[in-house]
Write a protein that binds this ligand. Sequence first.
Ligand code: MCA
Ligand code: AMP
Length: 528
Amino acid sequence: MTARTWQCPGRLEGETAAMPASEPADLFSLIRSRIADPAKLFIETNDGRRFTYADMLALSGRLASVLVARGVEPGDRVAVQVDKSPEAVILYLACLRAGAVYLPLNNAYTLAELEYFIGDAEPKVVVATPKAGADLGALAARLGVAATETLGTAGDGSLMAAAAAASADFADVARGWDDLAAILYTSGTTGRSKGAMLTQRNLASNALTLVDYWRFSPADVLLHALPIFHTHGLFVATNTLLLAFGTMLFLPKLDADEMMRLMPRCTTMMGVPTFYVRLLQDERLTRATTAHMRLFISGSAPLLADTHRAWQERTGHAILERYGMTETNMNTSNPYDGERIAGTVGFALPGVDLRVVDPESGKALGTGEVGMIEVRGPNVFKGYWRMPEKTAAEFRPDGFFITGDLGTVDARGYVRIVGRGKDLVISGGYNVYPKEVETEIDAIPGVTESAVIGVPHPDFGEGVTAVVAVPKGSTLTERDVLARLDGRLAKFKQPKRVFFVDDLPRNTMGKVQKNVLREQHKDLYAKG
Ligand code: MCA
Ligand code: AMP
């Protein structure tokens, strides 16, 4: 394990020594303290729109002024479902400055899905795309939200119009390290999605650790093609680059052509495994075209060892794989200087305590033994929004969070994730909880029951697949099932294939044997 030490910003619970008054006491103050030259480029889009740090400060001030004018008070939620743009990132920073809690929502979510999130989080303001503004505004108004604004990808929308007329001179609302900075919803294996409450400390401490561990500096330019409504693209990428005082080149989405065009201007890239799989299909990916890059980082889903090897052969770069969760930010990482081992997620990060335990007894296991991964540290979230029982159920009395991931730690300290103790499919880096999809399928007239599984998929890692039990003689088709799910579930959650059976396989306890189904369908999406 690494011997490096890590300094937590602010005071930890139970710590007696107060930090000097001059120290920043919240994430945005910390970000501000790193801006050495406001004229430096913060974000440039692939179509040439440029925002310096000075632009970011001015626009986030204006946006914060608008939020406060709309009635946002410290601790109020601001829910945002917009397409990726520099303005959207700056809106996140405006929320920090206004003391609001940023609540980003996947832009694939349907109105049916959004109803739950907005009803549960009770935001003061909702921000939608200009296209969805009317529908989402009507839903938000019905749920008692005070104001809905719109934000487009070209600096358009009602929010930007209001910002243009608002003051850039905004006095940041002071926050403490234990105050909330964001809520990110994660689906649950049972029941409803849970809002993970992330504090200023959670985000700041993790980003500081990553700047240091991955050697980010003001010289870095990050190729950013991830969505910005999840931990990976928002916190791991954006907070880290902000605290390094670096620059980001923004693409709206994964686009191999554009990425190859921009790569010579960049030094680093972060992506889910699908990024690496798709870029490997591009002949322009060579040692020469990646010569300017110093680091490729992968996470959110397992990177196949084959992909790791193929990338190294083609480019000479060993992808650095790391492991995290919405609830914990980043927990482990392969080393910057040492050996990056394919199939492992590296070492526990400085400041993160990681152990592997027997899932039943909670007893700590030894080197090489497979068990539940548990973590503790300043990165670990405060709890689930308004769900004290669910929060309590996922923490041990000594403060360790039960990740639901099964793994081992070897003698050198490398962590390997070998499976999931939770029924979860990860498709292209997005989590899909089978229960949620099964509930929708089971509600279709004529369906007896269903089982949703993840099956190896060459592009998405796992492909969501449904096995549906119907009575003999049923005329229900795959197309019928998919049509029923459209508009109810985000596209990425919808099964790529649907199969029909008379009965689902069950064990002697009556439990559906998903392992049997996964084995039956394992070659479904195989290449060729
Ligand atoms: C799009 N589709 C998908 C997915 N994305 N289906 C399954 N899984 C997906 N991930 C659908 C589209 O709606 C479309 O459907 C069809 O698949 C093909 O779309 P395509 O254009 O190929 O998709 P894309 O735009 O290229 O997107 C694929 C993607 C994207 C690049 C893998 O999903 C992505 O950016 N994923 C990153 C997710 C992420 O950031 N995760 C981090 C979570 P149709 O053709 O029928 O219309 S944070 C996290 O997990 C933790 C904390 C961590 O450790 O980081
Ligand atoms: P999320 O709920 O979107 O934050 O997803 C977190 C889950 O993604 C973790 O609990 C893991 O199961 C998985 N995950 C993240 N990074 C990796 C990785 N490098 N390898 C394997 N699984 C990962």
